[in-house]
Design a protein around this ligand. Sequence first.
Ligand SMILES: [Zn+2]
Length: 156
Amino acid sequence: MKTDIPSSLNDKNCHRVRVGRSSAGLGLFSTSIFKKGERIVEYVGKRLTNKEVDEIVENRYLLQINDRYTIDGSARTNIARYANHSCNPNAETKTVRGRTYIFARKNICLNEEITWNYGKNYFNDFIKDGGCRCAKCVRKKKEKENGAGGTVLEGV
Ligand SMILES: [Zn+2]
């Protein structure tokens, strides 16, 4: 069996992503191209049982990986936490042999923002009220506003 590159090398020193400004505040951007299915970065953090999460932890960087466990990704060393939610994402999270990564869902260009779908629960808890600021929703909102503007001709 092939040994994986230690995460300290692969994920801390040799990131192929950077943090930058996005439509939703800070975001995660590619500094390299990624092919569909390629691993982008590990989502690192303390592993908690879902029960522990329900009882004590409250932050925006909880990533539930299955029925039993959730990763608390709130540490600043977890660069993956900067990846924003999108309703039309180019990446997704997957757990492979007990470790969770963000993978490319499609081919990703240089300097493209990395996004994944945070899921329904997160959306309802944190995004819905303020309105989603992902590229898809921002565009939709603009189209709607323009559309409405175009019809206000009555009563002239
Ligand atoms: Zn959206």
